[in-house]
Design a protein around this ligand. Sequence first.
Ligand code: FAD
Ligand code: NAP
Length: 533
Amino acid sequence: MAKKRVAIIGGGSSGLCAIKSCLDEGMEPVCFERTNDIGGLWRFEEDPEEGRASIYKSVIINTSKEMMCFSDFPIPDDFPNYMHNLKIMEYFRMYAKHFDLLNYIHFKTSVCHVTRRPDFSATGQWDVVTETDGKQESSIFDGILVCSGHHTFAHLPLHTFPGIEKFRGRYLHSREYKNPQEFSDKKVIVIGIGNSGGDLAVEISYTAKQVFLSTRRGAWILNRVGDEGYPMDIVLSSRLNAVLKEFLTTSMVNKWAEQRLNARFSHSHYGLQPTHRILSQHPTVNDDLPNRIISGRVLVKPNVSEFTETAAIFEDGTKEDNIDVVVFATGYSFSFPFLESCVKVVDNQISLYKFVFPPHLEKPTLAFIGLVQPLGAIMPISELQCRWATRVFKGLNSLPSMSDMIADITQKKEEMTKRYVKSQRHTIQVDFVQYMDEIASLTGVKPNLLSLFLTDPKLAMEVFFGPCTPYQYRLRGPGKWDGARRAILTQKERIIKPMKTRSIEDSISYSSVPFLLKIVCGVVLFAVILAYF
Ligand code: FAD
Ligand code: NAP
């Protein structure tokens, strides 16, 4: 039988693992990347191409290396836990080289239109029109993996800022911000307290005359550096925590987390305290922001109610004059102009089963990859989605009926609306462990804790109590990787290695569970597993 041909739109991190998944499933991937290189958002350029996401020069990722790696390709042990964008690119290049992915990418080729073929209901095939050097071409594909990213189109809500049209200073969206030099000695307002707003306020504040960080509802600020100096996501993203969350009320989890953050600095004293609870907003991670606030280099302000030619008037009636620059760090919108005939995006909302499959197609041959906003890293999620989607394309896994898919989508939307504050940034939120497990169950690769505990208790302990690293989804089922066990049992070593640049006699073991606790934990684990299944 002829191999199925799959078109992959985009050569960022999602596109790379899409190519690999197709190859693993014996399909023929053809990846179209509109620029001349891989990496998508993570490839910094001063002057990025239209249609590609763009970052600032200093961006350091806020998901740590063991949590963000592809599941069968650990990030080298000497790479830092939180990588600068150059290092991230180095890793992606290693991945592409190791699995020989570059040969499948058509660079400088944009996908212009994707439409169902007339016989779609029988074949599930697509017509894909691409453009290279101004020349258009049409080809037929058996499946489409959309990997075009969701941080490309700036969300610039100028209509909510009266007077901005008469403001004589400069204003820009955070997408255009590259480095702080041009803001030296200026009075700058940064609007928005997502991760872009936090990072930019901090960086600009080192050389600007004054930075004002304006937020309409405040935020809880998390650190990259967690307990004992471990990466915060390593500390938080364990199966144990996921189980505890099932047993505790949301209010209890909120209280515990807020108390811990307030113990570091009082969010109320620092003007950051929101009225919503911590789990109701996408987290802002910033270790430096409190330092810049306590030293007065960043002043936290409420939302801007009006701009004049030279000033900003805030909602509390205060006014700051002689403002030079306003940076709108107000987030992004997503859209898929090449797929307009097939899917609708309204108010940054799209209806997809498990955030991957449109429910209304006669054949499940179109999948969206990486179109989630996780409390965690996107890369392993994209990878697992690709593993699932390619198996659905091949008919090895099937989707439920349209009505069941729509019911699931509706339920997820309702849960999101209930949990998160209303904002255009909260339409594709997922929790890392829970979502990974959900997709893994559908693919047959969710680790079986009970059998692990009985056959390999040492590994079971790390899988349950340690961080839920992507290798866990390579322990069994399709795509099983023989190196997964070792990768899990050595993950702590890879976390510590890059910091050991001055050798010190180590008297403390860095096993994730102290030795004496192990026996007690084993008993508890066994009880929890029994209760859980
Ligand atoms: P992208 O990296 O955006 O790649 C999409 C690719 O598709 C691009 O190369 C583009 O050129 C190509 N493309 C688009 N349309 C077409 C077309 N029509 N034809 C051909 N090619 C096309 N995520 C994390 O997990 N951790 C983080 O800490 C983190 N930090 C972030 C920091 C910033 C400042 C931003 C903005 C986002 C951050 N993200 C983070 C999210 C980020 O989107 C993902 O990390 C990741 O880049 C998603 O990869 P992707 O391949 O899906 O999309
Ligand atoms: P974002 O998370 O969508 O945050 C946008 C901010 O702008 C929010 O504070 C939002 O407030 C505010 N905002 C939006 N519209 C507004 C309006 N009309 N008036 C006032 N305020 C408004 O966008 P982002 O910060 O650019 O982040 C995008 C993604 O990139 C996220 O996934 C983020 O984690 C990631 N990122 C990561 C890093 C890093 O790893 N170092 C750095 C930057 C970004 P509300 O909450 O009230 O809506």
